[in-house]
Design a protein around this ligand. Structure first.
Ligand code: ZN
Length: 89
């Protein structure tokens, strides 16, 4: 699943991912929130921040421009780029 876009119902008006209430965690004694699969995939791939949940508008970011957190995601270089060394001079 590639997170090119996030469905509008998963975004807030200010462009952050919208978490939903999943249930109460008795071990931590606090409510537990989760993200829809598309939103979660966007965080994993570096298209949204896992700390402040800012959606980067379809762009990959190594660091969140809003809160400065490291996204921890490594962008995979397409094989097409590495198969043409003559273009990298
Ligand atoms: Zn952030």
């Amino acid at each position: 699943m590639k997170a090119r876009g996030i469905p509008e119902d998963q975004l807030t008006a200010n462009g952050t991912l919208l978490p939903f209430y999943e249930g109460f965690d008795p071990e931590k004694d606090q409510p537990r929130y989760a993200l829809q699969p598309e939103s979660f995939q966007a965080v994993i791939e570096g298209y949204a921040c896992g700390e402040c949940l800012k959606w980067f508008g379809g762009l990959y970011m190594a660091q969140c421009p809003t809160c400065g957190a490291d996204t921890g995601a490594v962008q995979v270089v397409p094989a097409w780029w590495t198969e043409h060394p003559e273009l990298v001079k």
